[in-house]
Structure formats: C-alpha cells, structure tokens
Design a protein around this ligand. Structure first.
Ligand SMILES: *[C@@H]1O[C@H](CO)[C@@H](O)[C@H](O)[C@H]1NC(C)=O
Ligand SMILES: *[C@@H]1O[C@H](CO)[C@@H](O)[C@H](O)[C@H]1NC(C)=O
Ligand SMILES: *[C@@H]1O[C@H](CO)[C@@H](O)[C@H](O)[C@H]1NC(C)=O
Ligand SMILES: *[C@@H]1O[C@H](CO)[C@@H](O)[C@H](O)[C@H]1NC(C)=O
Length: 452
C-alpha cells in the first residue's frame, strides 16, 4: 500500500522534475504557470476556514507588532532628531538676552534720558540679535516639526511593509505546506516538493537571480533526507530576515536628513517673510502650513527617479547597504554568513522597493501626512491659546504674534516625541497615525497578494 503510494509519487516526481527542466527554458511561461499554481493554492486556502482564521489572527498580530516596534523606537527617534535641532539652546539664549537687557535697563534708569531700544542687539557682532534669534526659532521649530512628522510617517509605513512581507512569507510557507500535505495524504515527498517549488516560485516571481540548477538538484534527490541542508538554509534565511529588518537603521540615521533640505526650503518660502511681531490668525497659520506640506509632498512624493523618497527609506547603493549592515548587525558570524548568501535579503528588498515605488504607497504616505497635519494643527491651536492667556493681552484676540507660534510649535515637537517609561505604547500621535484606514488597506494587500 505505502509502497504503491511511494511508487506513484515517484512517478509524479519524475514527471514534475522533467516538466520543471522544460519549463526552465521558457522563462515567461514558467512564471505564469507558477503564478497560476500559487493563485490556485491561495484560492484553496481561502476555502479552508481554519487556515483563514489563523491567517487573519496573524494579520492582526502583525499590525500590532509593527506599531509596537515604532513605539519602542520613539526614544531613539527623539534622541536622533533633537541632536540636529537644538531649540532649547535658542530659547535659552533668548532668555539670557532678556535678563541682560533688564539689568542694563535698570542700570541706565535715571542716569540717561534716552534709552535706545536696540542697545542690546547692537553691542556685539558675533552674538545674534533678538530678532535673529526669533527668526531662527521660528524657522527651526517648524522644520523640526515637519522632520518629525515625515520621519514618523515613513518609519511606521516602512515597518508595516516589512513586517507584512515577512509574515506573508512565513504563513504562506506553512499554509501551503499544510494544504498540500492534506491533499496528498500527508505524503512527505509531495510536501517537500511543494515547499521547494514554493521557494523556487517566489524566486521566479520576484526575479531572484540564484542559479535554478540547485533547485532542480534538490528536486531530484528528494527521496533522501536532507535535513542538514535544510537547517543551514533556515539559519541563512533567518539571518537574511534579520538583516532586512535591521536596514531600518538607514531611515533613522541617514534617510531622513535627505528630506530635510526640501522641508527647509518650503518652510522658508511660506514663513520666511514673517517677522516675530507679525500677527497671524490660526486659520492663516493653518493655510501657510498646509501650503508648505502640499509643496513638500509635490516634490517628495512625486513618482519618478528624481524623488529622494526611496533613498530616504533604503540605502542607495550596495556600499551603503554593507555599511548599514556592518553598523546594525554586530554579530561577526552572522555577517559573514550573510555576505556569503544574501539571496533572501535581496529578494525581500526587491519586493520592498516595488512596494515603496507603487502609487498605492505614495497615497498612503500622503494620508499619513494629512492625518499628522490635522493632529499638529489641533495641538498647535491648544498651545497657542494657552500661551496667549499667560502673556499680556493686546491686539485682536483671534490673531497671535508669530513668536508665540514659534514657542508653541517647539512645545508640540516635544509632545509628539514624548515617550512614557512606564507605558511604552502611550504616544498619542503614533496611535492616531496607526488608525489611518489606508494603512490597514495597504498592509492587507501586501500581506495577501503576490507580486505587488
Ligand atoms: C482583528 O482585529 C479586529 C479589530 O481590531 C477584530 O474586529 C477582529 O475580530 C480581529 N480578527 C481576528 C481574527 O482576531
Ligand atoms: C483535509 O481534507 C479533509 C477532506 O479530505 C477536510 O475535511 C479537512 O478539513 C482538511 N484539513 C485541513 C486542515 O484543511
Ligand atoms: C491630503 O490633503 C489634501 C488637502 O486637504 C488633499 O487635497 C489630498 O487629497 C489629501 N490626500 C489624501 C491621500 O487623503
Ligand atoms: C505614563 O503612563 C501611565 C499609564 O498609562 C500613566 O498613569 C502616567 O500618568 C503616564 N506618565 C506620563 C508622564 O505621561
């Protein structure tokens, strides 16, 4: 009985191996064949209630894992981004100048009739004037806020994409195994054939360049136990997946500064003409900020090779990638294994790149930025009216000095990057971003589709 089953499978195996060899010579046809095959497997999976539930639960968990990962990265982000913009130092200098001025005014009182308003600002060439400091605070706090917004949106998006790509890779591996297992009376050989064909098919679909012959060889001696090879392959795949995740180092350290000049330019274009004493209503401020964001999006999220967006997400050259891996993976052995065989990593990166270059992703990123805009406007409005109540009341109450906006935006920056040591997952801004429905739609399509 068992013998006959084996015999029959052997027959099947030989035909399938033969078939495969033939198919290798007809590239595009093979690709379509496997796409069909995988599609059928997927369809069959969809009919299996058990697998479906499992897959759904896995999807939910993956989205949670993604936002938890970003929550944990918030302190890192805060440290990295604040290194660049030291708003506190500007505020400190401003306060210092104010107290110096007060002392000077007290000393001058009575001794001279004419007190020059600008006596303090003109006393030294090196020290920036009060007006210059306010200009600096205005520009830098807005740039800092925009950098935080774009970096946070990109980080959440990238983490979602990566984890969904990995989760699908894992669940499909096991789910297809399960389905094929059931179908062929739990025949081990068929099972292995399926998983080999699966990895082979993935390679084809994503254009993996590894030699197809090795796969065919695996097919032919299928009847033998090859667990050491499988173990080794599992280790290599695991290290590759780890390297894939660790490449987020790039966005956190090298990626976001590439978007900064663009942000600086558009903030200056919208807000540059305003002096700290000018008054703006909340609506005016909102209009200027939305123009700035619109123009940043137009350049940053434009599809095409001239957009710096892809370079923000991923290392832009093999040399840069190697540098990041050496930086992020400190295990020398793992690094050596990875450099020997990085085919899984290259395949994952190809898929991620395809996702990142798709219009769907650009739209999701824009939705995230829009959501951020609403959130930061809400926060800024609260801060501005609160800070205005503290200060002296003059001028129309619905318009506030630009200086007040600068101080308020600085406060919003630190709120947005706030992290709570007792409760890791308590960042309100991130929770708002994570609830953007387009993000779930994109995640679901990455999680469930082939060949994005
Ligand atoms: C996934 O999460 C959603 C909402 O968070 C819930 O309604 C749904 O039942 C969950 N599905 C599974 C399979 O856990
Ligand atoms: C395996 O197949 C049988 C019918 O042949 C079906 O009843 C059962 O649900 C399947 N099991 C799984 C896990 O799909
Ligand atoms: C973002 O907001 C702008 C302005 O309100 C709007 O034109 C655009 O369609 C929005 N984009 C998305 C993806 O929702
Ligand atoms: C941190 O989170 C805990 C629990 O959610 C909360 O009770 C506490 O007030 C938070 N601390 C700060 C500083 O926000």
């Amino acid at each position: 009985m068992t013998r006959r089953v084996l015999q029959r499978n052997k027959g099947k195996l030989i035909t399938s191996t033969l078939l495969m060899t033939i198919m290798l010579t007809t590239g595009i046809f093979t690709l379509l064949m496997f796409k069909n095959w995988l599609h059928n497997q997927q369809q069959r999976l969809k009919e299996q209630h058990f697998a479906k539930e499992q897959i759904k639960r896995r999807f939910n968990q993956t989205q949670k894992d993604a936002v938890h990962t970003v929550h944990r990265l918030v302190p890192v982000l805060a440290a990295v981004l604040s290194r660049d913009a030291d708003l506190d130092a500007i505020v400190h200098t401003l306060k210092e100048q104010k107290s110096k001025k007060k002392i000077a005014e007290n000393q001058l009182e009575g001794s001279s009739g004419s007190i020059s308003q600008d006596s303090m600002s003109g006393d030294s060439q090196q020290v920036p004037s009060k007006a210059e400091l306010w200009q600096q605070l205005k520009q830098e706090s807005l740039v800092h806020l925009m950098v935080i917004v774009y970096t946070m949106c990109m980080l959440l998006l990238l983490t979602r994409l990566k984890l969904n790509i990995l989760a699908r890779r894992q669940y499909l591996g096991s789910a297809i195994k399960l389905a094929v297992e059931n179908e062929s009376e739990r025949s081990q050989t068929m099972n292995r054939w399926a998983s080999n064909a699966w990895s082979y098919a993935v390679g084809l679909i994503t254009g993996k360049q590894s030699s197809p012959d090795s796969k065919v060889n695996l097919e032919t001696d299928n009847s033998k136990q090859s667990s050491p090879t499988e173990d080794r392959a599992a280790v290599v795949a695991c290290i590759n997946e780890e390297a894939f995740l660790s490449l987020s180092w790039w966005l956190l350290n090298r990626g976001w500064p590439l978007a900064q000049p663009l942000i600086e330019k558009h903030v200056r274009l919208q807000f540059g003409h305003l002096s700290p004493r000018d008054r703006l209503s909340i609506t005016d401020f909102e209009t200027l900020l939305s123009h700035a964001i619109h123009d940043i999006n137009a350049e940053l999220l434009a599809p095409g090779p001239q957009s710096p967006l892809l370079q923000c997400f991923l290392p832009d050259s093999p040399a840069a990638q190697r540098l990041v891996l050496e930086e992020a993976l400190d295990d020398r052995t793992a690094l050596r294994i990875l450099f020997e065989d990085d085919s899984v990593l290259r395949q994952l990166l190809r898929e991620t790149t395809a996702c990142l270059q798709s219009t769907a992703t650009l739209i999701v990123l824009e939705s995230l930025v829009n959501e951020s805009f609403h959130y930061i406007m809400q926060q800024t409005e609260q801060k501005v009216s609160k800070n205005a109540r503290k200060g002296p009341q003059n001028g129309p109450p619905e318009a506030y000095p630009v200086a007040l906006y600068a101080i308020s935006v600085k406060e919003v920056c630190s709120d947005v990057l706030r992290h709570n040591a007792t409760d890791d997952y308590n960042n309100e801004f991130l929770q708002r971003l994570d609830a953007v429905p387009e993000l779930d739609d994109l995640s679901a399509s990455v999680y469930s589709n082939f060949g994005f």
